[in-house]
Design a protein. Structure first.
Length: 80
């Protein structure tokens, strides 16, 4: 992997991580008013999925993709 490819891959992963964080943040604060302040994000997602709300699945996919992007960024630090 050339330095240019490394930099592009790094920036793409950072962009993916940032977008996933913003999407999950939006879902959490959107439903915080509905479920109250004393409920965790994981409980909130479970309740949304149980109710059949697509925002629950969006949060699950966003979290999973964000975790994978973070793990790939961590792996890139050891690759160089």
């Amino acid at each position: 992997m050339t330095p240019l490819h490394f930099r592009e891959f790094h920036l793409a992963l950072l962009l993916v991580l940032g977008v996933c964080g913003i999407v999950n943040w939006r879902v959490y604060f959107k439903y915080q008013k509905v479920f109250g302040l004393d409920i965790s994000a994981s409980q909130q997602i479970r309740m949304l999925v149980r109710r059949g709300n697509p925002d629950g699945w969006i949060a699950i996919v966003g979290s999973t993709v964000g975790i994978l992007a973070g793990a790939a960024l961590l792996a890139l630090t050891f690759y160089r």
